[in-house]
Design a protein around this ligand. Sequence first.
Ligand code: NAP
Length: 333
Amino acid sequence: MKAFVLDRYGKKRALRLADMPNPMLRDDEVLVDVHAAGVNLLDSKIRDGEFKLILPYHLPLILGHDVAGVVVKVGPRVRQFKLGDEVYARPDDFRIGTFAEFVPVKEASLALKPKRLTMEEAASIPLVALTAWQALVEKANLKKGQKVFIQAGSGGVGTFAIQLAKHLGATVATTTSTINAALVKSLGADVVIDYKTQDFEDVLHDYDLVLNSQDAKTLAKSQRVLKGGGKLISISGPPDPDFAKESGAPWFVRLIIRLLSAGVREKANRRDLKYSFLFMRANGHQLLEITRLIEAGAIHPVIDRVFPFESTNEALAYVEAGRAKGKVVVKLK
Ligand SMILES: NC(=O)c1ccc[n+]([C@@H]2O[C@H](COP(=O)([O-])OP(=O)(O)OC[C@H]3O[C@@H](n4cnc5c(N)ncnc54)[C@H](OP(=O)(O)O)[C@@H]3O)[C@@H](O)[C@H]2O)c1
């Protein structure tokens, strides 16, 4: 099968379009004929070698963390999916590889594709939707009437998280530049801050929750917009002790991981705030909940650009430039 392969870690290193053997299917997996694959910053970060400690992949590696396609083979222990099903997923870590004609996906990480979405739209959803779900629902238990600040509302995570938070009944503040203000308002944002001309710290007070996706300076400032007892969830680091424990990494790596967030955790404790880091995981049950919200029309995909499969490196470069409005997808079929 054709696939985009990472041969060696390296910043901005191009992936190689190669002929690879078809993947081996495990008993609890289905083989998906890939119609479209979402592109994520995680792909670039792995390629650059930034995740070597946390996700020690063996190279060569096929990248790609989001898929929509059709089931063409079913493992003997699979119960809920059959040949011909249209599905979507964020495959598990160490089983990634959606920049390819076929990818195996564990049954527990898979869901039926929302019927009202095209394959490209469906491929744009899983990783960012699960990130938003695991932050707002699972970790924060966001409730009606609460106030949440979602940074970078025009990005992949932001466009989904704003819609989910509004669906949950929260008041949503977000940052973006002027050019994307109308987009985030159309998604439901109540307070829109132009990060190029305004300081969110001057505008936002007494928030219940911040979803941080930016740099360390923004993380530090975010603490000051929260009320006592508020929650600060970061998806851009630094990782916390819970993540260190779950990572299964050797003890010295776990120690390093813990130390990275010692400062931010201590500051948060002093202000009676709860800091936590989220590294999203594959989850078919949660994806099914997300399918229901999409089918009900509560959440819509936001796609910036669709690239042909041959242009996967260009699609990655476009995402890395940091200006995407919603998601970027590569199309195979
Ligand atoms: N831990 C996890 O599980 C997890 C999961 C998903 C993503 N992430 C991480 O979360 C971050 C965001 O991911 P993403 O996919 O949403 O990114 P993205 O789609 O590439 O974000 C692009 C958007 O960010 C906006 N932006 C750029 N700089 C900004 C700033 N200083 N303030 C506010 N908005 C800004 C841009 O708007 P303008 O053009 O208007 O500037 C653009 O619309 C990345 O670091 C990613 O790796 C982590």
